[in-house]
Each structure stands twice: as C-alpha cells, then as structure tokens.
Design a protein around this ligand. Structure first.
Ligand code: ZN
Length: 325
C-alpha cells in the first residue's frame, strides 16, 4: 500500500492542475478581471445568480419596516436603528381603553406552563427578558417559545444590574447588547426597556430615550417575588388595583405566577378588561413607534403624577420599600 501512495498523490495533483487550467468558469473569471469583457455570470458561476437575492434579503436597508409598535429588521447592525424619543417613564397604558397589559420579567427558571396557558387562552403579552445571565443568550429556545406563544420580546438589559450610578456608556451598552441578542432571534425591536427592579433616574431615562427606548415600568405588582405569598392574596391584590390601561408585573420564575395568571385571566375578562400586551395598552398614546408625534412628558419636569407617568423619585421610594423584582 505504501509503495502505491506516491504515484496516487501525483495523479491527483495532475488532475487538480488540469481542472484549474481548463475549467471554463475559472478561466473566464480571470479574463473578466483583466478586461471589461462581457460575460454571462449566471452561466459561469452559479453564486452570481443568487447574489442579488442575498443582497436584497440581508443588506437592503428598505427591508427594515415599522409594523405597528415595532421595527422589523433583518439587517446586521441594529444600534441606532430606532428614532430618538422623548424621555418618558411609562407606568400605565391608555386610560381610555378597557385593556390591561400582562408583562413578565427576567427569564430565570421559567415556568413554561405560563406560555402554553397564555397561548391557549389567546392572551398576547410582553416579556422583558434579560440578555445575558443564562437567559436569552444561553436559551434562544426560550426567546422563540415566547414569540411563538404570542409574546412581545422586550429588553430587560444584558446583565440585570441596577443601572443607577453607572456611566452613560455602560447603560447604553447594556441596552444594545441585550437587544442584539433578542433581535437576532426575533428580527424585531420594540422601543421599550425595563430596568432591573424598575429602578432608574432622570439620566437613565434620558439615555434610553436617546437610543429610541421608552422606559416601561408597571401599574400593579403581582407580588410574585414575595416568598410564601398565597395565590388568592395575589389575585385579590391585582383585582383591587386594576384600572383601564394598567400594566401588571409578573416574573417567569415567580411565586405562583402560573396559578395567579390562570385565575386572573377569567377575572379580568369578567370585569370587561381585555388582557393583552404592553404595546396594545399603549395604543392611542404617543408611546408607539408609529404614533410618536405628540411629545412625551418628562416625569421630573411635571413634578406630579399624571397619565401614565410617575415622578421617578417617588417611584424609587416605593421600590425601595417593596421587594426587589
Ligand atoms: Zn428583573
């Protein structure tokens, strides 16, 4: 066998050389590079035939489009794709609509019954997912399952660190790093970010707005981060604090979250509320990509509570009293 191997290698090399010299496609391409000779590229190299198609699908900027509340994009670089918005801390949706938003945070130890329940009950919802920390980045299947179950996948930063006190570059990077992971899987960007525990200040709300994100907190806490709480207490607490446009806070790995949701949805419907997603309760407000003509109002400038806006200092006080989310 060893004796035969040298001539075999030589024969192979000769065949390769012959192919290189006489293969018509290759020789014509080198001719074309040297001159402006006309060539029908599709005939010679099949790749040229599909190249315009690839370019259209992957690179053409017009493939980005605003569809209702979100930006759909198949482009590579997503940083800077959202238009700058007015700095706003959203804590309630449109008070003129009988809708309430189901928002579910984090993604740690997710109870997958939540997703199948919401899907089978035809309840759209919004997930604020952590980009890193073993969530979206490590579990793309979770991101896809949320979207397939009717969820809007929104941004809960990459690290889930408390952002107050961090420099601008850090906060901006946290937003986009999480968004890149989410968008690589969903091809969507919703212009909403929720920070860890809902904690933010004026600077952070401003930086998020520069990047095209409204900060979205909540109206009612389901209390599913309180160990030992009973489902009944949670359902009653939510029912007592309901209002049109309310945004309800849950967690994928919260206490009794699945039980609370499965009991709450019929209660909401019996009271005439439509349980739905964040962007749906924001319909008719300026806080939608397609309807941002009206200016947002800054919490601090107003100094008093009004539609959907809570002064951030008061919010911070309230949050420091409640348990972390
Ligand atoms: Zn969180």
């Amino acid at each position: 066998m060893e004796r035969n191997s040298k001539p075999t290698i030589l024969i192979c090399l000769l065949i390769l050389l012959a192919l290189t010299l006489f293969y018509p496609g290759v020789s014509k391409v080198s001719e074309q590079q040297g001159s402006s000779a006309k060539l029908s590229p599709q005939k010679e190299l099949p790749l040229f035939g599909i190249k315009p198609y690839l370019t259209k699908e992957l690179k053409e900027p017009s493939s980005d489009r605003i569809a209702g509340p979100k930006l759909i994009t198949f482009g590579g670089q997503i940083v800077g794709k959202l238009p700058r918005v007015n700095p706003t801390l959203i804590t309630r949706g449109n008070p003129n609509l009988e809708r309430v938003a189901i928002t579910i945070d984090d993604g740690w130890r997710p109870d997958m019954r939540i997703l199948s329940f919401l899907k089978s009950s035809s309840v759209p919802f919004t997930a604020f997912l952590i980009g890193g920390r073993e969530v979206a980045e490590s579990h793309p299947e979770l991101v896809r399952a949320i979207k397939e179950s009717g969820g809007e996948v929104c941004n809960h930063t990459y690290s889930h660190f408390v952002m107050v006190g961090k420099p601008r570059e850090f906060v901006v990077r946290e937003i986009w790093k999480a968004q890149e992971i989410i968008t690589s899987l969903t091809h969507e960007i919703y212009p909403y970010v929720r920070f860890s525990g809902g904690v933010c200040d004026k600077a952070i709300i401003d930086w998020a707005a520069e990047q095209g994100f409204w900060v979205a907190n909540w109206t009612v806490d389901s209390l599913d981060t309180r160990k030992g709480i009973r489902t009944e207490e949670q359902v009653n607490h939510i029912a007592e604090n309901l209002c049109p446009g309310a945004i309800i806070l849950f967690h994928f790995g919260g206490y009794n979250t699945f039980d609370v949701l499965s009991r709450l949805i019929p209660v909401l419907r019996s009271k005439g509320y439509k349980p739905t997603s964040l962007s749906e309760v924001l319909e008719g407000t300026p806080y939608r990509l397609e309807g941002k003509a009206k200016p947002g109002k800054h919490a601090e400038e107003k100094g008093k509570e009004e539609e959907g806006i809570l002064p951030y200092r008061r919010l911070l006080e309230r949050l420091s009293r409640s348990t972390k989310s």
